[in-house]
Design a protein around this ligand. Structure first.
Ligand code: ZN
Length: 142
């Protein structure tokens, strides 16, 4: 996706906890905060691992593959932004049971959408003076 055709989005404020997630796309990587003691992927990120209470959390890349858990097609112009209709999806990340991401599904005709279909991450680059943001979106893997 080239920088000239990215839709308007309200960008996240980068923090030490979420920076890896929102900027990993610069390296083509989908990254989550991961506990260095028990290996749990902690998303949305919190300062303490919800499983073992460790504070040793680091941003780590996953494969970038996913399956489509569920989706809805939005026809309502809630805000200036993506062309209508667009697809809001929840994808399941294979690295951990229950690790899911709410995202937009792109590059897929609506009639081709199927729950359980294999997806892969793609990034939408938003240059920003406070730090470039790469929004992780998902598209069909084939
Ligand atoms: Zn842990």
């Amino acid at each position: 996706m080239s920088d000239t055709e990215v839709p308007f989005r309200i960008l996240p404020q980068l923090t030490d906890l979420n920076r890896g997630f929102w900027t990993g796309g610069a390296a083509g990587e989908l990254r989550f905060l991961r506990c260095q003691d028990c290996g749990y992927y902690n998303h949305p990120p919190t300062p303490i691992c919800p499983r073992c209470h460790s504070k040793r959390l680091e941003s780590e890349a996953v494969s970038g593959t996913a399956t489509l858990h569920t989706y809805t097609v939005n026809h309502q112009p809630w805000m200036p932004g993506p062309e209508l209709p667009y697809v809001i999806g929840i994808v399941e990340i294979p690295e951990q049971d229950g690790l899911r991401l709410t995202t937009n599904i792109v590059n897929c005709p609506l009639d081709d959408l199927r729950i359980g279909m294999p997806m892969r991450v793609t990034f939408e680059h938003h240059p920003d003076p406070d730090g470039d943001v790469y929004i992780p979106l998902f598209e069909p893997a084939e």
